[in-house]
Design a protein around this ligand. Structure first.
Ligand code: SAH
Ligand code: DHB
Ligand code: MG
Length: 222
C-alpha cells in the first residue's frame, strides 16, 4: 500500500466529510508562502482534534508547536465563547503568520500565541499559576517530548487529556539503535507514560497525506 494511495484517500474522504474552508486553506497557503515547513496536521487529523475537544467538552486547551496556526484554528473552533487556547511557538516569524491567520479566523479573542522555547513558556504558565488545562496537544520539537509530557502532567486537570503527535515517525519508533533524536525522544516519552500510574494511554498509528505516523492519547485519571 503506497503513500500516494494514502494521500488520495485523505483527499477523497476529506472531500466528503470536511467542509470546504477558505480560512483554513488560507492559513496553509500563507504559511507556505512565508516559507514555513508543510508539516501541519492533515485536514482529517485537524478535524479529529476538533472532535476530541468537543467530545471532551474542553474549555481550556494548551498547544505546544503552533507553526502557522492550522491545528490551532481547528481546535479553537471547538471551544465555547469563553474558552481559551494557549499555543506555544519558538519561532517569532511562524508565530506572526499564525497570529494573522487566527485573527482572520475571528479567533484572536480565544487564542493566546506565546513566543519562545516551549519549556520556558511552560515554566511561566506554572509560575503564574495558570488554571489547569482540559486538553494539552504536544506537537513541538520531538526530542523534547518527554520533558513536555512531564510538564503537561502538572498543567493538566485530573480527567484531562494529553495528545502527543508524531509518535510513530514512519515506524522508526521501534529502532532502538536509531541515531535520530526524535526517535529517542518518543521512546523516552513512551517509557515515561508506561511508568506513570496517573494516566491511561493508547497509541494510534495513522497513514494519510503526511505518510505513516501516529498519536498517543493519554487520559489523566480523575
Ligand atoms: N501544530 C502544528 C504543527 C507544529 S510543527 C499544526 O499541526 O498545524 C512543530 C512546531 O514546533 C514548529 O512550528 C516549530 O517551530 C515549533 N518548535 C520547535 N521547537 C520548539 C520549541 N523548543 N519550543 C516551541 N516550539 C517549538
Ligand atoms: C514533522 C511533522 C510534524 O507533524 C511535526 O509536528 C513536526 C515535524 C515532520 O514531518 O518533519
Ligand atoms: Mg505534528
Amino acid at each position: 500500500m503506497s503513500w500516494e494511495r494514502w494521500d488520495e484517500v485523505d483527499r477523497y474522504t476529506e472531500g466528503l466529510l470536511l467542509d470546504a474552508d477558505e480560512i483554513l486553506q488560507a492559513s496553509l497557503d500563507d504559511a507556505a508562502a512565508a516559507g514555513l515547513p508543510t508539516i501541519a496536521v492533515t485536514g482529517n487529523q485537524g478535524k479529529l482534534l476538533h472532535l476530541i475537544l468537543r467530545i471532551h467538552g474542553a474549555r481550556r486547551v494548551l498547544e505546544l508547536g503552533t507553526l502557522g496556526g492550522y491545528s490551532t484554528i481547528w481546535m479553537a473552533r471547538a471551544l465555547p465563547p469563553d474558552g481559551r487556547l494557549v499555543t506555544l511557538e519558538l519561532d517569532p516569524g511562524y508565530a506572526a503568520v499564525a497570529a494573522a491567520s487566527i485573527e482572520r479566523a475571528g479567533l484572536s479573542g480565544l487564542v493566546d500565541v506565546r513566543v519562545g522555547p516551549a519549556i520556558d513558556s511552560l515554566r511561566a504558565l506554572r509560575d503564574e499559576g495558570a488554571d489547569p488545562f482540559d486538553l494539552i496537544f504536544i506537537d513541538a520539537d520531538k526530542q523534547s517530548t518527554p520533558e513536555y509530557f512531564e510538564q503537561a502532567l502538572e498543567l493538566c486537570r485530573p480527567g484531562g487529556l494529553i495528545v502527543v503527535d508524531n509518535v510513530i515517525l514512519d515506524g522508526k519508533l521501534i529502532d532502538a539503535d536509531s541515531d535520530d533524536s526524535r526517535v529517542h525522544g518518543m521512546r523516552r516519552f513512551l517509557e515515561l507514560a508506561a511508568a506513570e500510574p496517573r494516566i491511561s494511554a493508547t497509541t494510534i498509528q495513522t497513514v494519510g497525506s503526511k505518510g505513516y505516523d501516529g498519536f498517543v492519547l493519554a487520559l489523566l485519571e480523575p
